[in-house]
Ligand binder design. Sequence first.
Ligand SMILES: Cc1cc2nc3c(=O)[nH]c(=O)nc-3n(C[C@H](O)[C@H](O)[C@H](O)COP(=O)(O)O)c2cc1C
Length: 296
Amino acid sequence: MPGPMEGVMNPLFCRTAAALELLPVMVTPFLRISVDVPRRNKIIKWLEPLAIPGKPLVIQLMGDDPANLAAAARILYDYGVREFNLNFACPSGQVVRSGAGGALLKNPALMRSITAALRHELPDIALSVKLRCGFADPRETDDIIPAFDGLVDYMAVHFRTVSEGYRSVSGGLERLRRAVALSPVPVIGNGDIETPEDARRMLETTGCAGVMCARGLLRDPYLLRRLGGMESPEISPGRDLFFRTALAIAAAEPEVYWSRPRLLELARFVYGSDSTQFRELVGIRNFQPEHFAGFR
Ligand SMILES: Cc1cc2nc3c(=O)[nH]c(=O)nc-3n(C[C@H](O)[C@H](O)[C@H](O)COP(=O)(O)O)c2cc1C
């Protein structure tokens, strides 16, 4: 599965992924539901450009109010969405301070109430959660995993704690193995998968049922195809193909997709900020759609 990435998985990313058939399923970045439930039109306007035609769609919701989250899920359900994921993982300071995302890992009872609210509102949906192994300590896994008994179809687990942010950690796979041992439902392992070998190691070491890749998907946009045994270019030409396709799509429909900051951000994620490709792009004076029209 692709790991959701707020700020990266924007409409242009999704159009590009669709054109190159990069994703077997689309998992949206979080839709934050706080004090007020957004109106239907606003939710649908956010969702439509993120859906990938012909692919299953999982909507990720984030918030700490069970009733509001269930109400937002109902709006999406009435629109046709049948699969939801709840974000109990986001480490962003702003989100954590507001009590949502990864902050909820400190409160298994509230995570359970939120998950139960969706399950009871919409009994026939596929429902999953996205977790980290703990807020401050991976031993919290032992209290977190049982919170979802009888409520979810699977769990995606990132092996870092919220406090660890994105720092490198040792023993990540052992943490996941613990989560797998505790979970009555399949666990999708997440964290630092950049190659098929990384994925194989995670599956074999932890017993998890599948893998979720986020940043690795930017470094190697064909990673999920590669993992699925599908024909794929090598990493470097694959990156070029991905970025050039995104540029071409943006240049062809500038009113919808063209945004210099977003394109540079995408290039930074795909190539890295130290790369010659990124520096060249930053240096282009005439960074206008016309300059890239027909560019492949
Ligand atoms: C820029 C960025 C945005 C992210 N946004 C989300 C998000 O919206 N929802 C979520 O559950 N995880 C989000 N994540 C976390 C990833 O899905 C993933 O769990 C994490 O990056 C670890 O996996 P990786 O090592 O394969 O990148 C984000 C990560 C990054 C780098």
